[in-house]
Design a binder for this molecule. Structure first.
Ligand code: IMP
Length: 428
């Protein structure tokens, strides 16, 4: 006790770092269990702003051991660039541990990500272009390269040659690109082995022992529920399990070690890339939310699509993840609105449905049914207790809580680390 999972409850960028911050003085380990450098979190500490893409946010908290689990795909260039950049700003990065079983993203994965997206044309996913999908595809096809392979040059060469054999045919004959040399890939990967060796461990064993010893371990999911490869808006998803179940498989501990499951949800909704988004606003309200919430991707800089809060999605996330708590973030962004619409259900072909439709086609043309709540004008960024919020803000939170299938245990009211209202103990 306790293992704590933190997952996004919408389409990502909900501000998961907020929950980690709230727990930070009680955390011993932070584990990234899925995804790669497609994630992006911005952490503001004092006047310093840190944008992380691959490393778990726990790297910024003194005393915490950050762990990259077996479920992650690792771009080694990005890993060492981020470590070097943080070290140069005085952050202690010496505790990082990387799973020997995590897969690596190579040059050919990045190339394939970009060319396949281009080839898809109008049907493109809108990926981050970081090679995430192709690296996971190789893992499932059993032609992936694992971190541990880098310590056996013979095996590494065999595996890279095996993986490139088919890919080069594809690149040259289908995509009209030049073939990639196995030697170059092997040489590039081997250039990291010396720096990598001291970081690599059996992270499943390490984490089990930590939990046995009563340490607090946070499992921080990348992306979010609606981008999960099984439970999201497939095929407009990422290629890993971003939901709570992924915390066990992606880090090598048993599911019975997970004591709290915290979902992070924005007070409105955003999405990057293609795919259905029922509450999306294509008018000036959407622009207003984007500007007010500074909704631009941390990783790609792309403007995020914006829309109102979607309660059926929050309920879905509560169920799929088994949420014990929700953290509602960016409530301050809604300040200044006269009325705030919330999607309470959908209409599909004239029929009301309270659930996320199981059919993707239905979800594509689901029309939100809105209920409106009165807004507030007061600056709420300084509020540190629920009672300090204006009555209309409190009512908005209570209404959203009643619809979302889970208690709201904390509320984010600004970008700073301490701009948060705690309502219930996240560990209690
Ligand atoms: P990929 O993960 O790069 O393969 O992209 C697949 C989909 O997930 C695209 O729609 C991306 O925009 C989305 N995505 C991936 N990572 C994030 C994230 O951290 N936040 C929001 N969307 C993401």
């Amino acid at each position: 006790m306790p293992g704590i999972v933190i997952v996004g409850a919408q389409w990502g960028d909900e501000g998961k770092g907020k929950a980690t911050d709230l727990l930070s003085d009680r955390i011993d380990y932070v584990v990234k269990f899925n995804g790669g450098n497609n994630a992006g979190h911005t952490v503001v500490i004092g006047d310093q702003k840190y944008a992380l893409h691959l490393l778990p946010s726990g790297i910024l908290t003194e005393g915490v051991t950050p762990v990259i689990g077996n479920g992650v795909v690792v771009d080694l260039e990005v890993l060492f660039d981020e470590l070097t950049a943080l070290a140069s700003r005085g952050v202690d990065v010496s505790k990082l541990v990387v799973s020997a079983n995590a897969h690596v993203i190579t040059h050919y994965h990045r190339t394939l990500d970009k060319v396949t997206e281009r080839f898809l044309g109008k049907r493109q996913i809108g990926t981050t272009g970081r090679g995430i999908g192709p690296a996971y595809a190789d893992k499932i096809n059993r032609v992936g390269i694992r971190i541990q392979d880098l310590f056996d040059e013979n095996i590494l060469r065999q595996k890279v040659e095996g993986a490139l054999h088919q890919k080069n045919h594809l690149l040259v004959k289908i995509y009209n690109r030049r073939a990639i040399s196995a030697d170059e890939i092997v040489e590039d990967l081997l250039s990291y082995t010396q720096r990598l060796r001291p970081l690599v461990a059996d992270t499943g064993l390490l984490l089990s022992e930590a939990l046995d010893a009563g340490r607090t371990v946070v499992f921080e999911g990348g992306q979010a529920t609606m981008l999960d490869v099984d439970h999201g808006t497939y095929p407009f998803v990422t290629s890993s399990n971003a939901t709570a179940g992924g915390a066990a498989t992606g880090s090598g501990i048993g599911p019975n070690r997970l004591d709290r499951i915290i979902g992070i949800v924005k007070a409105y909704t955003t999405r990057v890339g293609s795919g259905p988004f029922p509450t999306e606003l294509l008018d000036e309200s959407g622009e207003w939310l984007r500007a007010r919430g500074f909704e631009f991707g941390t990783t790609t800089g792309r403007p995020r699509r914006t829309g109102w809060y979607d309660a059926p999605i929050a309920r879905y996330a509560s169920r799929i993840n088994g949420l014990t708590d929700l953290v509602l973030t960016k409530l301050d962004v809604l300040t200044g609105l006269e009325r705030i619409p919330v999607c309470v259900a959908y209409e599909v072909d004239g029929v009301r449905t309270d659930e996320v439709p199981v059919s993707q086609s239905d979800f594509h043309h689901a029309v939100p049914i809105y209920e409106e709540f009165p807004g507030w004008d007061e600056d709420i960024s300084g509020a540190r207790s629920f009672d300090e919020l204006p009555a209309n803000a409190r009512n908005y939170v209570l209404a959203v809580e009643a619809m979302s299938g889970c208690r709201i245990s904390a509320i984010g009211v600004g970008p700073e680390r301490d701009a948060i209202i705690a309502r219930h103990d996240l560990l209690g």
